[in-house]
Design a protein around this ligand. Structure first.
Ligand code: LLP
Length: 422
């Protein structure tokens, strides 16, 4: 399909021969569109990152928990990490068995611990007091993983760096002996040690440094079944600037060498686990939205859309960049002339900005926009702010066939949970 700006999705046949404008007509706007082929490819890349039988990739469902997508990820041979009872429900609905689920949570209640213990392979606790709470509420002999804070953090924004002095996560390394005592006190099996240093790195060095640190930390602990290095693998969001991909071959080789050396040195017989979230579904999602108005306020050209920050929260939360495509009725030829335009949504806050001063071909009312790389942390973080309904999600299979995988909400859904007025 030739259109104003669509060479990326055209190049990867993202829409499988379907016209984005037609998809919007059929399923409503905005609309989340996922591509099965892309999801399988990225799942496979994580599954095969390290070619050792002891290595296992465990998809972090927080990035996108639609069970239709989870089922595909499972069929590619990944385990799953859930962090709430809602995610457990979704992962179980997708067919993950309890021994394929790691429950890696943060600050949960006794009730959550009980349910998670009963329906996952192992629960990870994130502090000594959570370890006590877990021990008091689950049967003796239960497995537990303890999340450490290795003191090294990384990430695309300070809000998503999850290790180091300034974060709430993990047990300090000095406190690990106390964790062992608590495991003994409550007769828990210390099944694993895990970490997650933060989200989105494009260079492997910090991840590998933190992995090496974790291997030092775990060395004194005999009989661990899992050593879990967490996630954080980044994707290139700047598609139209040909941003380089994370070099998985280099990362995989260096990581494998490190793991092999550790195994040879210690005789470790358990599993090495990673928890990629974003990498698996991010590029398999495009969010389509419609341009409802175009206007100039002072020097700024505003392109006004039906994609509020309730639908696509990442730009507002982290100043994140999502590349944008433009599709227009009549299938006109691509346009390479650009001008700065500010893309906004329909929420009553001035911060409702999707892209500021973005150089794009002139957008017109009625155009459909495609926000790329919207498969991770987009629908998953959407809300009903301003009492707006959340969009439908559709999946395009390898043959180009479209399947509705979540219906669009209707206003009645919004009032359904409100108790009757007296
Ligand atoms: N494991 C744990 C314990 C985590 O907390 C996370 C992400 C992951 C694995 C997966 O990390 P990933 O591979 O996706 O980087 N909403 C933010 C990202 C928050 C990540 C939170 N934890 C964003 O949109 O950039």
């Amino acid at each position: 399909m030739a259109n104003i700006r669509s060479s990326y999705t055209g190049g990867v046949n993202f829409f499988g021969g379907n016209d984005p404008l037609e998809l919007i007509r059929q399923y409503g706007s905005p609309l989340y569109v996922y591509n099965e082929e892309m999801l399988r490819r990225r799942s496979g890349e994580m599954r095969d990152l390290v070619k050792l039988p002891s290595f296992k990739a465990c998809y972090s469902a927080k990035a996108n928990a639609n069970p239709h997508l989870l089922r595909i990820v499972r069929s590619e041979g990944l385990l799953v990490d859930s962090m709430s009872l809602g995610e457990l429900l979704m992962t179980r609905a997708a067919g993950f068995e309890s021994d394929e689920i790691l429950f890696v949570c943060n600050n949960v209640s006794a009730e959550e611990f009980k349910q998670a213990q009963a329906s996952s392979r192992v629960v990870s606790v994130d502090s000594l007091s959570q370890l006590e709470l877990f021990g008091k509420n689950v049967p003796a002999g239960s497995r537990v993983m303890v999340r450490v804070n290795p003191g090294i953090g990384a990430g695309h924004h300070k809000k998503v760096v999850t290790a180091g002095k300034e974060t709430k996560f993990g047990v300090n390394v000095e406190d690990l002996p106390r964790a062992v005592e608590l495991c003994e006190k409550y007769k828990l099996q210390l099944f694993g040690i895990n970490q997650h240093i933060g989200s989105l790195f494009m260079e492997p060095d910090k991840f590998l440094a933190a992995a090496a640190r974790l291997l030092e930390i775990v060395e004194p602990f005999k009989e661990l079944e899992i050593i879990d290095f967490g996630g954080g693998y980044g994707i290139p969001y700047h598609k139209y600037e040909n941003e380089a991909r994370l070099d998985l071959a280099d990362l995989g080789q260096r990581f494998a060498a490190m793991l092999e050396e550790f195994t040879a040195k210690t005789g470790y017989r358990g599993r090495f686990v990673i928890e990629p979230g974003r990498y698996v579904p991010a590029e398999s999602g495009v969010l389509l939205g419609s341009v409802t108005a175009v206007k100039n306020n002072g020097p700024v050209r505003f392109v006004c859309t039906d994609v509020g920050f309730n639908i696509l929260p990442r730009p507002m939360l982290y100043d994140s960049f999502h590349d944008v495509e433009i599709y227009r009725q009549g299938n006109p030829a691509p346009d390479s002339r650009t001008m700065p335009q500010t893309l906004v949504g329909n929420i009553c806050e001035s911060g409702d900005i999707l892209a500021r001063d973005r150089e794009l071909p002139e957008v017109q009312e009625g155009d459909v926009l495609g926000f790329l790389d919207a498969g991770a942390y987009c629908f998953a973080m959407s809300s009903n702010y301003n009492q707006r309904v959340r969009p439908a999600e559709i999946l395009i299979d390898r043959a180009g066939k479209v399947k509705l995988i979540r219906r669009r909400e209707v206003p009645e859904d919004l009032i359904a949970m409100v108790t009757p007025l007296d």
